[in-house]
Ligand binder design. Structure first.
Ligand SMILES: C[S@@+](CC[C@H](N)C(=O)[O-])C[C@H]1O[C@@H](n2cnc3c(N)ncnc32)[C@H](O)[C@@H]1O
Length: 573
């Protein structure tokens, strides 16, 4: 790989996987359904040796030919809408694949085709990494040379860099949320925290915004009980529940709409024997013979999540991504799987951009945890499991554990079994009522940014009795004011002194979110209380983490993306 290109990869801090999922699905589909493609893959293996000598010959492709070809491609108009882009992508990859097997004479044309696909792909860096593994080396090398050349004239590379870094918070959250993300105080490592502020004035009691979760789950003890909708978490009147024929979780739904959404988004992949691919893509190969294996994998996973929420949140998140990507490959496929629109329309940011910037803290994971999910995926569509690496799983789980909100309505419930886990191992969500009163957990893109305060300016509410989060102003808010909510119960209980109440709430924050509260109320109270009364909380700094790219940006470091100089273009000569 050229050093220039590897700099781009390092700087971009690639952590996203969406494209990979799409490509895995695409490859798998081709592998199963296209005899010709299968034959070629087999031939490919035999051709490893031949490819090595090809590599020598490929260096015969002259730099001026590469440059001329690149200039030609750059003049081609790119498709504008999503559907056309996807068709163009598939056509280009397909052609690239066919040409690359026809010998060195076609390597340049093949590379050009792969390059065309890169220009429309939402996550080009990931696609390059996939090419690296799947495209014969001599062709891959030409693609890399093209990237290097193209850097200089700053088309996709610069666009990608800008998209992945600058400008995100201009379009996220979407205008209709009435809030914006701003820089707040710095944490102990000097990384500025992100805060949410209101974009206009609000009166006390006003709804600032409503937000649908990216994913939500019922508490494990309610799963399979038949009292709450497994999709929207609504309470269901006796006798009104809709029950699917096969569902490894014994889920029930409050409406056909919820049942369909759940099925399309993840349930059919994770907990049923439905064919995974839509009929247009599946010619029956992923069928009967996998049922037993699939059932076993699902049963094991269902057993594992019997008393935990987050692994199911992650599994649903994976399922929804896969469903979104798959639906893109089938023209006219329903958009039921799509994640809620949280950035302004047309801004081209995807789910990965939203997840990448969130703070997290790494919980422990059990060794088998990732494998259980991977087995479920593999048994539905072999190859799909490669999309979920342990590293990726841990990151998603960490972000969900850290940012989820408790869904609690009607004053909450009091029948939740008491957890026997150690306090530090108990699953926690942000809710002032206490995780023990919630019916489930939701993971929200915008609300993840809400900071905690022991004297909050707003509260989360689930007043329509579902997982839709309503953010309600507590007091009048002026445009630009910070919005805070309480992550924990901040009231003083009858049995507590003010100091004990303060200790309890601060301790909860340390246990769940690993930071010492610096809200105005705590700072004031701590000033007036005796120093000796300050608590040994077990954490003396903010232990939350941010991903490398997000951290660089939060620190305000300049992005070292200076276009490649003119000299380096000629360096190919
Ligand atoms: C769930 S995140 C909220 C969004 C976060 N501020 C960010 O920068 O992305 C929780 C993190 O916010 C910060 N935070 C939230 N409330 C805080 C408070 N009252 N005092 C200090 N830090 C707080 C801590 O860094 C904590 O790790």
């Amino acid at each position: 790989m050229s050093s220039r290109a590897s700099t781009i990869f390092t700087v971009a801090g690639v952590t996203v996987l969406g494209g990979l999922v799409a490509y895995a699905v695409y490859f798998d589909y081709r592998r199963r359904n296209d005899n010709e493609f299968r034959r070629k893959l087999r031939k490919d293996k035999k051709k490893v040796k031949a490819a090595q000598s090809d590599a020598v010959q490929a260096s015969a492709v002259k730099p001026e030919d590469i440059r001329a070809a690149l200039l030609k491609v750059r003049e081609e108009e790119l498709p504008e809408n999503q559907e056309e882009k996807e068709a163009y992508f598939l056509k280009s990859v397909d052609l690239g694949e066919r040409l690359c097997h026809q010998g060195p004479t076609f390597h340049l044309d093949s590379a050009l085709s792969f390059y065309r696909a890169l220009r429309v792909y939402p996550s080009p860096v990931e696609l390059v990494m996939i090419y690296q593994k799947t495209v014969p080396e001599p062709v891959f090398k030409i693609v890399m040379d093209m990237m290097q050349l193209d850097c200089d004239v700053s088309t996709w590379a610069e666009k990608f860099v800008r998209r992945a870094t600058l400008g995100y918070y201009d379009v996220f959250p979407a205008k209709h949320f009435n809030v914006s993300v701003q820089d707040g105080s710095a944490d102990t490592r000097g990384v500025k925290r992100k805060i949410l502020v209101v974009a206009k004035d609000f009166e006390a009691g006003d709804v600032i915004y409503k937000e649908e979760p990216l994913v939500a789950v019922l508490d494990p003890d309610l799963q399979g009980k038949g009292t709450h909708c497994s999709y929207c978490l609504r309470h269901i009147q006796k006798g009104m529940a809709i029950k699917p024929e096969v569902d490894r979780l014994d889920s029930v739904y409050c409406s056909k709409d919820c049942q369909l959404k759940a099925k399309v988004q993840s349930q059919s992949l994770l907990f049923s024997l439905d064919p995974y691919l839509p009929p247009e893509m599946d010619s029956g190969i992923v069928g009967e013979q996998n049922n037993e294996k699939r059932e076993q994998a699902q049963q094991k996973f269902a057993e594992f999540i019997k008393n935990k929420s987050t692994p199911l949140l992650v599994a649903r998140f994976v399922g929804r991504q896969v469903a979104t990507e798959t639906s893109k490959l089938v023209p006219g496929q329903s958009v039921l799987a799509d994640f809620p629109q949280v950035a302004d329309k047309g801004s081209d940011y995807g789910i990965y951009d939203h997840i990448e910037r969130l703070r997290f803290w790494e919980p422990s994971i059990e060794d088998s945890e990732v494998d259980l999910l991977r087995d479920v995926l593999a048994s539905a569509l072999p190859g799909l499991e490669t999309s979920v690496t342990t590293e990726q799983y841990v990151l998603w789980k960490s972000k969900m554990t850290y940012n989820a909100f408790g869904v609690c309505y009607g004053g909450g419930r009091d029948d939740k079994p008491v957890s026997t886990d150690r306090p530090e191992d108990q699953e926690r969500t942000r809710t002032p009522y206490g995780t023990s009163r919630q019916v489930g957990s939701g993971f929200y893109a915008v609300s993840s940014y809400l900071q905690h305060s022991c004297a909050p300016t707003a509260r989360t509410s689930f007043s329509n009795g579902t997982s839709e989060l309503h953010l309600i102003a507590f007091a009048p808010l002026k445009k630009g004011d910070e919005i805070t909510v309480s992550y924990v119960d901040i009231t003083q209980h009858a049995s507590e002194t003010p100091e004990e109440a303060r200790r309890r709430r601060r301790m909860e924050l340390v246990r769940g979110w690993k930071f010492k509260c610096e809200c105005t109320r705590c700072l004031e109270e701590l000033q007036t209380s005796e120093v000796a009364a300050e608590l040994e909380l077990g954490v003396d700094r903010d232990e939350s983490k941010v991903e490398r790219t997000a951290e660089r940006l939060a620190r305000g470091e300049a992005f070292p993306a200076a276009p490649v100089s003119a000299e380096s273009v000629t360096a190919l000569d």
